[in-house]
Design a protein around this ligand. Structure first.
Ligand SMILES: NC(=O)c1ccc[n+]([C@@H]2O[C@H](COP(=O)([O-])OP(=O)(O)OC[C@H]3O[C@@H](n4cnc5c(N)ncnc54)[C@H](OP(=O)(O)O)[C@@H]3O)[C@@H](O)[C@H]2O)c1
Length: 282
């Protein structure tokens, strides 16, 4: 699979595979096994998805060499702060059964993010993580954190799809070379998005599906999308986007679809309280 360059020189596959809400102890291992067999080389998990062990098992049994697979996980809020984060990083490595992760993110922007980031930076120096990044960091949250960082985030993983294009954030991140990775790239299978007539018209022209047009739009915008799919049919369809190209006019039409509103506002402190209540270990 083709790659894009990150601001630290590392390469990231242009599209990944997310495993949010895919159950551990079987279903997640099966889904990742299918994704790897279909040619996907980026797997996105998190401590808070409780399925890092299945991701590790699928990688091990795939027979694909470790260097060919780009493994992302995320530190959960319970493990923020310098000392706790060091343990959280080691726990992710242990759960995955790996001696390094390609990308590790601060999953949410609350609590002692500065202390947690220091532990991530240290893990980069120790060879435990190749690239580090953040998730759910708006312009305001990122600009508070950046002055405290020695290593800049390589990635910010945010909700993004044609209805919520993160235009202001992308412009802000450009100056630091921080790459946007899109969660909910298909709007979590949002019916309105997947049946949009503008997208259907473009899809018809190329003999592709609306989902493939959406994923192609992300690719041509330089955004790494990490769709989740459980059926082999969906997994294959999502990877079959490399034999057509949207025109400048079609890209412009899709840019016009932006409503600027998503499902999740990281700056809403009710989210901070709700998410902080989730525990990933005793
Ligand atoms: N950092 C964060 O805070 C955060 C938050 C949310 C998500 N994420 C990451 O982003 C990933 C993607 O998010 P998501 O899984 O919730 O949403 P998504 O990828 O936008 O949508 C997934 C849904 O789309 C369906 N789908 C996939 N391919 C399809 C196709 N070709 N045709 C029709 N439907 C298709 C899937 O169905 P099937 O499963 O039936 O195939 C599933 O219902 C997650 O897995 C996770 O890794 C990160």
């Amino acid at each position: 699979m083709d790659t894009m360059k990150l601001n630290n020189g590392q390469e990231i596959p242009v599209q990944g595979f997310g495993v949010f809400m895919v159950e551990n102890n079987g279903p997640c291992e099966e889904a990742v096994t299918k994704a790897l067999a279909a040619g996907c080389r980026l797997i996105d998990t998190a401590a808070a998805y409780f399925n890092e062990t299945d991701v590790g098992k699928a990688i091990k049994s795939s027979g694909i060499s470790r260097e060919e697979i780009f493994v992302t996980s995320k530190l959960w809020l319970q493990d923020y702060g310098y000392e706790a984060a060091k343990k959280g990083i080691d726990a992710s490595l242990k759960n995955l059964g790996l001696d390094y992760m390609d990308l590790y993110l601060l999953h949410q922007p609350y609590g002692d993010t500065v202390g947690a980031w220091k532990a991530l930076e240290e893990a980069v120096r120790a060879g435990k993580i190749k690239s580090i990044g953040v998730s759910n960091h708006t312009v305001k949250l990122l600009s508070n954190l950046i002055p405290e960082m020695e290593i800049l985030p390589a990635v910010n993983q945010m909700e993004c799809n044609p209805f919520f294009q993160q235009k202001e954030l992308r412009k802000y991140m450009e100056q630091y070379g921080i790459r946007l990775e899109a969660w909910y790239p298909l709007g979590h299978a949002d019916k309105e998005l997947l049946s949009d007539v503008r997208l259907s018209k473009i899809a018809g022209k190329y003999g592709k599906s609306v989902v493939q047009v959406i994923l192609r739009w992300h690719l041509q915008e330089g955004i790494v999308a990490i769709p989740k799919a459980t059926s082999m049919e969906h997994i294959r369809e999502n990877l079959d986007i490399f034999d057509f190209m949207l025109t400048d006019d079609e890209m412009a039409q899709i840019r016009e679809m932006d409503k600027g509103i998503g499902t999740h506002d990281p700056e809403d402190m009710e989210n901070a309280a709700r998410l902080s209540a989730l525990k990933v270990h005793d």
